[in-house]
Design a protein around this ligand. Sequence first.
Ligand SMILES: [Zn+2]
Length: 45
Amino acid sequence: MTVNFQHVLRPVCCHGCLAVLNTIQQNGLTEEYLRSKEQVESSLI
Ligand SMILES: [Zn+2]
């Protein structure tokens, strides 16, 4: 299962993660999301 996020296909573990990423993009929260992910330094979405 993958989601088109920032024009890149990324793997997601479940429909929940897919929905979250879609919601983030639709609400223009992509930058905030990526910023928080940088702090975690996780390869997981
Ligand atoms: Zn998931």
